[in-house]
Structure formats: C-alpha cells, structure tokens
Design a protein around this ligand. Structure first.
Ligand code: SAM
Length: 270
C-alpha cells in the first residue's frame, strides 16, 4: 500500500513501480486512488512511505550493479508484495528470481496474483520458507537455486520480525555464497541507542506492529552489526543511516519527503 501510495503522492518518485497499484487488488487500488492521503495522514506515514520506497530503490540499484558483474540470481527474502519479478527489466534468461517467503504469505500472494490475472514469468521460482523453523539453504535447494552462481539477496522489512538467531543464521548462509554475491537489508536500531524523541516514535510503531500480532524481535547496534558481519566474512560492509539515505535519495525536494531517524540499511558483499 505504501509503495502504491508513493506512486500517486510523490513527485519525483524515488522508486518507480508500475505494478504496485495493481498488486494491491482492485478494491484497495480504487480506495487509494480516490483519496491517496487517507492512509498517509500522519507524519509517521510519510517517513514510512519514504523508507519503503528508498529501501526498494537501493536494493534494485545494488542488484543492477551486481548484474554488471557476476550476479545471475536474485533472491527476494520475505518478498511480500514485492513486484520486481513482474516488471523485471533484464532480458529473459539473464537473471533467475527466487521469491522466498513465509508459506502463508506466499500462498496469499499467489492467490492475489491469480486474482489480478498476472502472468507468472518463466524466470521466477517461489520458495516457501519459515525463517524461524527452516533453513534458507534447504528452502532454496528445493527450489532449484544454484549455489555456484553469484547471487544478490534483498531482505526488506523482515529482520525486525525475526529472532536475532534466525537473522544471523540466514546471514551465515549468505556469506557462504560465491564471491560477488551480496545482500541489502534493513533492520531496526536498538532502542537503547535512541534519543527520547526517537524512542517515542519507536514505541508508537512497536505498539502498532505488536498489536497486529507481529512484534519486533531483533534490534541491532549499527557498529556492532557492521563488526559482526565483517567477522562473519563479508568483504565489504556498508551501513546507511537516515542522513545518508536522505542525502542519496531525498535531496532538494520541494515536498520535503524524507526518511525518519529509525531507518537503517545494511549492504554486505561477499
Ligand atoms: C513488512 S513485509 C515486507 C515485504 C516486502 N519485503 C516489502 O518490502 O514490501 C514482511 C515480510 O516478512 C515475511 N516474514 C515475516 N516473518 C517470517 C518468517 N518467520 N519466515 C519467512 N518470512 C517471514 C512476511 O511473510 C512478509 O512477507
């Protein structure tokens, strides 16, 4: 919904996603088009919308860089309603896409795709995996993932819902991928590092996701996470905080759209 709202509300767009409005379904799309601001009324909403747009843009920019080198597979972890596979700009056969998601979410998405009459691309494979109970390796192996091909992974809007152990286990699998593989993921900063203002926003959001039955569980200190990823064996590790994200994607905007202070993106290359 936020990616779709971004298409309607923000000019210039940070992330161009012509499928976003279609994939939310006819009813939601009509409601959003009738009054795009109704779901985006609070200041927090615009921060979240900006972050959802920026993290997808960053992941797909990094994927594009990887494709200029050895990357031949794209694994979208916790894909949700990610639409990359349905607007893949690369020639057929250049990139194999794996959508990995919780089996329940994936079944829901597949029903939605069929409802909207979306043709499934030949270079897309669905891999149902529950990160808490199954290994990514097993899920990908069953889906035909090729472990000798360099692979780019994105993991957007997911790590905060998992346990720290599940996040680290997945990252350990990714660091074992061939050279030139990499991952972009976002994560929630440890509440102990926040100022009182930031903490108030954190608490408001945490309450909202908790009452929806999906509490945040994993939090990271950017410096410690950077150090841990290097120790794990990632060759290049870059953390982008809110200032860097705003400077990269939201500079000089008349509408002052920008990400909020809780936004962090990690880029780790094998
Ligand atoms: C907020 S959505 C993000 C979706 C998408 N990546 C995006 O950026 O729009 C969170 C996603 O995490 C997935 N997820 C949460 N817990 C999971 C688990 N234990 N195993 C697999 N996926 C999980 C959900 O199924 C959902 O697709």
């Amino acid at each position: 919904m936020r990616r779709a709202a971004h298409q309607l509300l923000d000019d210039p767009k940070v992330f161009d996603d012509p499928v976003a409005l279609r994939i939310i379904g006819k009813e939601s799309a009509s409601a959003l088009q009738a009054d795009p601001r109704q779901f985006e009324a609070t200041p927090l909403s615009s921060y979240l919308r900006a972050f959802v747009a920026a993290r997808s843009r960053y992941a797909e920019d990094e994927l594009a860089l990887g494709l200029r080198h050895a990357v031949r597979q794209y694994v979208i972890l916790g894909a949700g309603l990610d639409t990359f596979a349905y607007r893949n700009p690369y020639p057929q056969g250049r990139l194999h896409i794996f959508e990995v998601d919780h089996p329940a979410t994936q079944a829901w998405k597949r029903a939605r795709l069929s409802e909207i009459g979306m043709t499934l691309p030949g270079d897309l494979t669905f891999a149902p995996v529950d990160f808490e109970t199954q290994t990514l390796e097993e899920g990908l192996r069953n889906a035909g993932y090729d472990p000798v091909k360099a692979t780019f992974f994105s993991w957007l809007g997911v790590t905060e819902y998992l346990t720290t152990e599940a996040v680290m286990a997945t990252l350990r699998f990714i660091v074992s991928a061939p050279k030139e593989s990499g991952i972009v993921f976002d994560y929630m900063i440890s509440p102990s590092l926040l100022t009182p203002d930031q903490r108030a926003r954190f608490d408001a959001l945490a309450r909202r996701v908790g009452s929806a039955g999906e509490p945040w569980q994993a939090f990271f200190d950017p410096e410690v996470l950077t150090r841990d990823l290097r120790a794990m064996g990632f060759r290049r590790v870059e953390d982008m905080g809110p200032e860097e994200i705003n400077a990269k994607y939201f500079n000089d905007r008349e509408d002052r759209l920008r990400v909020g202070s809780l936004s962090h993106l990690m880029n780790a290359q094998v």
